[in-house]
Ligand binder design. Structure first.
Ligand code: GDG
Length: 484
């Protein structure tokens, strides 16, 4: 049973095929076999809670590099039991399609790192080819009237490829990162083919109205198509564009502090840290996350506010990511140096200003850190949404906390009770820290309550259901127009 946005109750039976660069699994090689473990990220959780009577399939890269055909067969069979269908990539394809066009061309462009964009013919060629591989695999599982939901910037050519082969399926695409303004997007040599690829979809979703506006303006100016605020008119179809701000599994985080294991970790952390105030930052290693600016802001704060020495520490978690890309390896070196410098100048025998973790934490430890942290410092230079900010607020249960949030994160549109800062202004980071450290408990609780109200209703489950409901609604409308 499925309720759509128009409040009409209707039952469906169909297949939903989710296509994303990565399957939500972790595959480990043993001596003579493979172990497949589900890895429940936000996306898998949201899609797993769809209120729709449909069989769910996934297509994606399994996250392991395998060349041997017998091994591929074994993995394929194991994944098939979960309705997961792998697209295997060669080492060269990972380098050119994933690390290349996806992460060295599109990613910096969409995050306004114009000078980082690499233009290489072999990257583009691989991107096209690998989008074709995803299409071939997906076509094995798509029938008319099924829903195909494609995710993210690695697969922007796929909507059209699927439409060309299966004109009657419903195709949705969601862009998880920012869509840049036309003036930036126009620099992409392949701008026309990329936009045409996306327009194979019936519905294109973004986190915010700004990204949506930028996309429509790019379509209008690059392709000279008829567009209005949320529709693009093609000769034979209308493509709908809408904003769907992604949320989190609120209850999972909100209840986490009642788990005995989390309580134990929080207690241990509190004992170890004593009465120190903890500022927490959590990101993947990425230049878009503003980690270096954040460290500079914290260094300024320490320099100008000696009264907080030995009282405040920054716990910085940097999760290893894309470190095979040179930019990322360089960034890692700069972060190491910046933290080394701060700790070198200010540390005492009993106090470390920056606790630095270049590693990923298990869920229980991460939420224990959210639980004990007095302040979350989330300062990306650009971020599609930023789920860490929402997770921190959702976890706050036992005691309040203050969120300092960059205005460049999509989440800033919703979390207006955070202390909103411009992440390029390191003085603003410094003064936001001071404001957070001196904020009365009553004000902290009030701001937190307002933001929790929002994120407890705009969950990842609602996000996924809203998207699919709109796709079905569009399909119904199209059928009516067609029948008339
Ligand atoms: C992209 C867009 C958009 C982090 N460290 C640990 C850990 N994490 C988890 C967090 C959170 C996720 O990783 C990070 O999500 P973000 O949204 O903050 O950022 P991206 O990875 O860049 O995601 C972004 C998102 O897609 C969704 O559309 O919001 O803008 O860039 O869930 O909890 N998880 C664990 N240990 C860690 O150490 N277990």
């Amino acid at each position: 049973q499925f309720t759509d946005r128009g409040n009409n109750q209707k039952s469906y039976f169909m297949k939903i095929l989710i296509i994303a660069n990565r399957l939500p699994v972790k595959i480990e090689r043993t001596d003579d076999s493979f172990i497949v473990k589900r890895s429940e990220g936000g996306l898998a959780t949201g899609l797993g809670s769809l209120e729709i009577d449909a069989e769910m399939h996934w297509v994606g890269w399994p996250g392991i590099h395998v060349e041997n055909e017998d091994e591929k067969r074994e993995i394929t069979e194991k994944l098939a039991a979960l309705n997961y269908h792998p697209v295997f990539l060669t080492g060269e394809e990972i380098e050119t399609y994933y690390e290349g066009y996806s992460n060295s061309t599109i990613w910096p462009l969409c995050h306004y790192f114009f000078s980082y964009v690499q233009y290489k013919a072999e990257y583009w060629e691989a991107y096209r080819r690998v989008n074709g591989l995803f299409c071939e695999e997906a076509l094995n599982f798509i029938d008319d009237n099924d829903i195909v939901w494609i995710h993210d910037y690695q697969l922007m050519l796929l909507p059209k490829k699927i439409r060309d082969n299966r004109p009657n399926v419903m195709i949705g695409y969601f862009h998880h990162i920012p869509f840049p303004s036309y003036e930036l997007f126009r620099v992409l040599p392949e701008r026309e083919e990329v936009l045409k690829g996306l327009l194979g979809a019936d519905l294109i979703g973004f986190h915010t109205h700004d990204y949506m506006r930028h996309f429509i303006s790019a379509v209008y100016r690059v392709l000279d198509l008829n567009c209005n605020l949320d529709e693009i008119c093609l000769q034979d179809r209308i493509v709908h564009v809408d904003a769907f701000p992604m949320g989190i599994n609120y209850e999972q985080y909100h209840q986490a502090t009642s788990l005995p294991e989390v309580k134990k970790i929080s207690k241990r952390l509190i004992e170890e840290l004593g009465d120190q105030t903890i500022i927490l930052s959590v990101d993947r290693l990425d230049y878009s996350k503003g980690i270096l600016h954040r460290l500079e802001g914290f260094a300024n704060f320490l320099e100008n506010h000696p009264e907080y020495h030995k009282k405040v520490s920054l716990a910085m978690i940097v999760v290893p990511s894309r470190d095979a890309v040179e930019r990322y390896a360089d960034l890692k070196t700069q972060i190491d140096q910046s933290i080394g410098k701060i700790n070198g100048i200010y540390s005492t025998l009993g106090w470390t200003p920056v606790y630095y973790f270049y590693q990923s934490f298990p869920f229980n430890e991460l939420v224990a850190l959210y639980d004990i942290a007095d302040i979350a410092l989330v300062t990306p230079l650009r971020d599609g949404m930023n789920l860490v900010a929402k997770e921190y607020l959702a976890t706050k249960n036992r005691k309040p906390g203050v969120l300092i949030l960059s205005e460049m994160a999509g989440a800033a549109n919703e979390l207006t009770d955070a202390i909103i800062i411009n992440p390029n202004d390191t003085q603003e980071i410094e003064s936001a820290l001071l404001q957070a450290l001196t904020m009365p408990g009553k004000e902290q609780r009030l701001r937190l309550r307002n933001m929790q109200k929002r994120i407890s209703t705009q969950t990842v489950r609602k996000w996924a259901n809203d998207f699919i409901a709109e796709l079905l609604h569009i399909n119904r409308q199209n059928n009516e127009i067609f029948q008339k």
